[in-house]
Design a protein around this ligand. Structure first.
Ligand SMILES: Cc1cc2nc3c(=O)[nH]c(=O)nc-3n(C[C@H](O)[C@H](O)[C@H](O)COP(=O)(O)O)c2cc1C
Length: 390
């Protein structure tokens, strides 16, 4: 085997593609409809420029900050992703990597590992929920997360059950039984390293969602849980305030892209929002999150914490987001590719790449702390000042 270390997130993606069965890689790539939002999330960062200094640069740079009361060593947090079968250690490996690199972990309610194991690996864990099931069941899940030691709740509401991608959707079996294994075997056989990781654990990839089970219940399958979600009456702003009250601790609303929604989130009493379009998996043609950020940050950044997720692949992307008003960013695909490429070490590798990139951008911009970044550091072309929702 060659050097397991990789230099960029793009290289982690190439290795993930080579290593994962086709349908697992496709599930991780995701996107919806024409994939324009996924593309724009990444591409828009490239439209922003830097205005670097040349001398008098700071010898040391401080990257530390806090998010929802948690001290983190760089302004990058793990975004919750409900992706299964990427690696047998799944979210536990991601949690360990985040802890080793001094940052917090968002755990999806569609994750493959129980929250108790994830919190044991990283006490800085935020549990993510969708609006799924009855209020009693939601309370049960929050009680369990609180008892497990989760230090914050992320409520993700930007999901409109969009169906279909022009490049096709992977077929994900309901359950990894023998029948399903025989069906996906040809994909697995050409991916021996992935197969070997699972063979070592003597377990098949588990397509259940343990964090959505009621006490004493078997974990629902991924699709069983998705069905319950589709049948749940849609939440109102009053429901958002209810959820926050029931949780009673640090609370993030994830998926905001409009200024008017951001203001309503403030009224609902949230601690933080993430300007997000679900990584381009929700309504396709929603503009990139970095385009929506400046107006949202300007409108409510003084009142609550504003994060951003979507398209972050480099440390310089993080610096651009922080300069335009984000307290920190969350990453999705970048760490999933790292996990696929090299397990826990691959996720650490991705966090190290981002740390290095943030540090060198700070150096070039002449700042000794990420807290000194401002819009003046960035060359912003027209299009980023557009106010969505006003
Ligand atoms: C495959 C996949 C699964 C995801 N699952 C969830 C999820 O279960 N809960 C959630 O809040 N967001 C989920 N997201 C969205 C991410 O948390 C995040 O918003 C997005 O990935 C950020 O964009 P990026 O992948 O370009 O970094 C998922 C994203 C991907 C790509």
């Amino acid at each position: 085997m060659g050097n397991p270390w990789f230099e960029t997130v793009a290289e982690a993606q190439r290795r993930a593609k080579k290593r994962l069965p086709k349908s697992v890689y496709a599930a991780l790539l995701a996107g919806s409809e024409r994939g324009l939002t996924v593309e724009d999330n990444v591409g828009a960062f490239g439209e922003l420029g830097f205005a670097p200094h040349v001398a008098g640069l700071p010898p040391e740079r401080d990257l530390a900050t806090t998010v929802m009361g948690q001290s983190i060593s760089l302004p990058v947090v793990i975004s919750p992703t409900g992706v299964q079968a990427v690696h047998p250690d799944g979210e536990v490996a991601v949690a360990r990597a985040a802890a080793a690199r001094g940052t917090a972990m968002g755990l999806s309610s569609f994750a493959s590992k129980p929250i108790e194991e994830v919190v044991a690996a990283n006490p800085q864990t935020f549990f993510q929920v969708y609006w799924v099931g009855t209020k009693d069941r939601m309370i049960q899940r929050m009680d369990r997360a609180r008892a497990a030691g989760a230090v914050g709740l992320i409520a993700t509401l930007d999901w409109s059950f969009s169906m279909g991608r022009d490049w096709g959707s992977p077929v994900i079996p309901e359950k990894m039984d023998l029948k399903a294994m025989i069906k996906v075997a040809p994909e697995g056989i050409v991916r021996p390293r992935w197969l070997l990781e699972y063979a070592k654990t003597k377990r098949l990839p588990d397509l259940t969602t343990p964090n959505l089970a009621a006490p004493g219940e078997d974990p629902p399958t991924f699709f069983g849980a998705y069905g319950e979600w589709m049948q749940t009456p849609l939440p109102t702003w009053g429901d958002v305030a209810w959820l926050r009250e029931q949780w009673g601790g640090p609370f993030m609303l994830k998926g905001v892209s409009r200024v008017d929604d951001a203001k309503r989130a403030v009224d609902a009493g949230v601690t933080a929002i993430s300007v997000s379009n679900h990584g381009g998996n929700n309504l396709d043609t929603t503009p990139a999150t970095i385009r929506a950020l400046p107006a949202v940050a300007q409108a409510i950044g003084g009142q609550i914490e504003v994060l951003l997720d979507g398209g972050v692949r480099r440390g310089s992307d993080v610096v651009k987001a922080v300069a335009l008003g984000a307290r920190a960013v969350m990453i999705g695909r970048a760490y999933l590719w790292g996990l696929a490429a090299n397990g826990q070490a691959g996720v650490e590798n991705v966090l190290d790449i981002l740390r290095g990139g943030i540090d060198s951008a700070l150096l070039g911009l002449g700042h000794s702390s990420i807290h000194d970044l401002s819009p003046g550091d960035i060359v912003v072309p027209p299009g980023f000042e557009r106010r969505l929702g006003e």
